[in-house]
Design a protein around this ligand. Structure first.
Ligand SMILES: Cc1cc2nc3c(=O)[nH]c(=O)nc-3n(C[C@H](O)[C@H](O)[C@H](O)COP(=O)(O)O)c2cc1C
Length: 320
C-alpha cells in the first residue's frame, strides 16, 4: 500500500511527512527544500532569526523546489508578528505556530492565502484552532524533542484530538521509522511531523558534533531540562544539562529580550546556537526520546526512500 498524500488546505504534499521546524538554525533552507523536493513538507525554524534572514531562507528554499515549504515560529518569541510576515513575504506555503497560542496569526495567514497550522496539546485548543480557521493541527506528544507542552504520549493524545476536529491532525513525537508512521496513521493521523530524525541528516544545518551526539545517544542520555520559556525541554545529557539539573545556571552575557515572557535563569537561545555551531558540552542539544534509535546520518533522499520502504513492509504485515 502506498503512503497517502497530506493535504493542508490548498497545499498537498505527496507524502504524509512534515519535517518539524528546529531552532536555532537546525532546519534551514537546505533541509526544508530537500524534504519538500522528496515529497514531504519542509519547515524552516524562524525562532532566533532576524526577519531578513528568515525571508532569505524561505526564498532560497522556495527557489530550490516546487514542493511545500513552511516556517515554524514560536508564539513565545517577541518578534512573532514580524517573523510571520517575513515568512509570508518570502513565499511560505504554511505557517506553523508552536509554544503558545496566537489568535492573530489566523487572520494574517488568511489575508495572505497561506495555510495556518498551530501545534496543540488539548482538544480545547484544537477545537479553538479549527474555529479560528486552522488548516490542520499538529499534536506533539511528550516524547518529542525541544520544548514540551504536554505530559501525554502522542498515541494517547492523538485519537482524542482526531475525534474533536474535522481538519487534518498531524502527529509528532517519537516517529523515526516507516512503522512509526503507520502506527500514527492507524491512530487517525493524516500525517506525522518528525524532528529528531531530520536533525541527523546531511542537509540539517546542525554541526557534525551535534549530529554525533544523536548517533551515540542511548536511552539514559535523553533528559528533561528546565527552560526559561517556562516549559520543560528534552535534550541530550551533557555538562550543561547536568549544571542545569543542579540549578547552576550559566550567567547571561547579553540579553536582547527575545522572548515575550522569559524566566531569565539563563539564555536558552545562546545555548541552542552554541550546540548548533558545535559546542556540545556548553550548548544545549535538543533531541526527542527517539534519538536513542538513531544510528546514522543519511541524506534526506535516502531517509525518505527508507521511510517509504519501511512503511511498505509494515503495511504488508511485516514487523518493522
Ligand atoms: C533540535 C530540535 C529543535 C526544535 N525546535 C523547535 C522549534 O523551534 N519550534 C517548535 O515548535 N518545535 C521545535 N522542535 C520540535 C519539532 O519541530 C518536532 O515537533 C519534534 O521534534 C517531533 O518529535 P521528534 O523529535 O520525536 O520527532 C524541535 C525539535 C528538535 C529535536
Amino acid at each position: 500500500m502506498e503512503m497517502p498524500p497530506l493535504t493542508i488546505g490548498s497545499r498537498t504534499a505527496r507524502l504524509p511527512i512534515v519535517q518539524g521546524g528546529m531552532a536555532v538554525r537546525i532546519s534551514m533552507a537546505p533541509l526544508a527544500a530537500a524534504v519538500a523536493e522528496a515529497g514531504g513538507v519542509g519547515l524552516i525554524a524562524g525562532s532566533g532569526l532576524d526577519a531578513d534572514e528568515l525571508k532569505r531562507e524561505v526564498q532560497a528554499a522556495k527557489s530550490a523546489t516546487t514542493g511545500v515549504v513552511g516556517v515554524n515560529i514560536m508564539v513565545a518569541v517577541r518578534k512573532f508578528k514580524e517573523l510571520v510576515h517575513a515568512a509570508i513575504e518570502g513565499g511560505a506555503d504554511v505557517i506553523v505556530a508552536g509554544a503558545g497560542f496566537s489568535r492573530d496569526v489566523f487572520g494574517w495567514c488568511r489575508d495572505a492565502g497561506v495555510e495556518c497550522v498551530p501545534i496543540v496539546g488539548s482538544e480545547r485548543v484544537a477545537k479553538l484552532s479549527e474555529r479560528f480557521g486552522a488548516s490542520a493541527v499538529i499534536v506533539e506528544g511528550h516524547e518529542a524533542g525541544g520544548h514540551l507542552g504536554t505530559d501525554e504520549y502522542m498515541l494517547d493524545l492523538l485519537p482524542r484530538i482526531v475525534e474533536s476536529v474535522t481538519i487534518p491532525v498531524i502527529g509528532a513525537g517519537g516517529v523515526v521509522t516507516g512503522a512509526d508512521i503507520k502506527r500514527a496513521l492507524d491512530a487517525g493521523a493524516s500525517g506525522v511531523q518528525m524532528g529528531t530524525r531530520f536533525a541527523a541528516t546531511v542537509e540539517s544545518s546542525a554541526s557534525d558534533e551535534f549530529k554525533s551526539m544523536y548517533v551515540n545517544a542511548t536511552d539514559e542520555d535523553i533528559v528533561l531540562i528546565k527552560s526559561p520559556v517556562g516549559l520543560p525541554g528534552r535534550a541530550i545529557r551533557n555538562p550543561l544539562t547536568q549544571r542545569l539539573a543542579g540549578g547552576d545556571y550559566p550567567v547571561i552575557d547579553r540579553c536582547i529580550s527575545c522572548l515575550k515572557d522569559c524566566g531569565k535563569e539563563y539564555c536558552i537561545i545562546d545555548k541552542l546556537v552554541r550546540a548548533q555551531q558545535g559546542d556540545v558540552t556548553g550548548g544545549l542539544v535538543f533531541a526527542g526520546s527517539a534519538a536513542a534509535r538513531i544510528n546514522d546520518v543519511p541524506s534526506v533522499r535516502e531517509l525518505m526512500q527508507r521511510l517509504v520502504a519501511e512503511w511498505e513492509v509494515a503495511t504488508s504485515g511485516g514487523a518493522r
